[in-house]
Design a protein around this ligand. Sequence first.
Ligand code: C5P
Length: 306
Amino acid sequence: MSTGVTVRVPAKVNVQLAVGGRRPDGFHDLANVFLAVGLYDEVTATPDDTLGLTAEGPGTDLIPLDGSNLAARAARLLAGRHGIEPRVRLHIAKDIPVAGGMAGGSADAAGALLACDALWGTRTPYEELLALCAELGSDVPFSLAGGAALGRGRGELLTPLETGGEFHWVFAVADGGLSTPDVYRECDRLREAAGLGATVDDVPDPEPSPALLDALRTGDAPALAAALTNDLQPAAVSLRPSLARTLQAGLAAGALASLVSGSGPTCAFLVKDAESGARTAEALRASGTCRAARSAVAPAPGASLV
Ligand code: C5P
C-alpha cells in the first residue's frame, strides 16, 4: 500500500525580465533571468479513487480547488501521458504569496507533476517532465529546475546559469494579487500610448544583460543590484500605484535595490546580508505599505521530494 509523497518547490524572482513585442499567439518573447528563492510550497500526493484537491495557508481562498487548478491539470496531463487515470488526492501547503508574481501556481503544478510521478511509479524522464511543465505554463519548467536560469521564448526554454554565492532578499507581500495577463496587457497599452507600438515588429528582441549574468556568476550583490530590471514594473505600478510607496520604503530601509517581482504585486528587495535583510523586513512591516515582509536566500534548489 503506497502512502503519500510530498514535494517541496521554491518561489522565484526575475532578476531581469526583458519583454519583447506581443507575438501573433498573444504571448511575448522574453529574456527572463529566473532566480529561485527559499520560500516554498509543499504538494502532497496521496492515493485516492478520483482526482481531488485541497489547500491550506495564506491566500488559499483565492485559489480554485476544481479541475482548473494548475496542479490538478498537471496530474491529468501526466496521467494522460501514461494512459492511466489520475487517481490522486493533492494537498497544497502554501507559503508562496498567491497571485504575487513569484510563480506560486507554477510551483504547485511542478510539485504535482513530480509528486504524482513518484506516487504512480511512472518514472518520467526529466526532459519529458520539463516538456510537460512547458505545456502547463511559461514559468512551470523553471519551478521544476530551480537554481538560476535564462528563460527564452515565452520563458519556457531554459538554459541553467551559474551562480557564485548566496543572495539575500526581502519580499513585501501585497494585499490581493495581480493577474498576469492584465499586467502584460497594460505593458502593451503603455507602449502603444507612448507611440512605440507593442508587437514583435515594433519592439527590439529582448536580450539578457551581460553585466547581470556576470554579477550572478561572481556572487556580487551590489553589481546585481545595479543591473536588476523588470519591463513589467511600469505596468504593475500603473495598475497598482501604491507599489511605488512600497518600493521606496524598502530603499529607505537600506536595501541595495528594489523591483517588482515578475508581474507583481510582490516587491523584491536585494539586501547586503541576512542582518540588513532583517532590518529591511522590519522597516517594511512598520511602513504599513505591505501585508507582510519575508526574508529569503537564493539560489534555492528546484522541486524535490521531501
Ligand atoms: O504561460 P502562462 O499561462 O503563465 O501565461 C499567463 C498569461 O501571461 C498568458 O496568457 C499571457 O497573457 C501572458 N504571458 C505573455 N507572455 C509570456 C508569458 C505570459 O504574454 N511570455
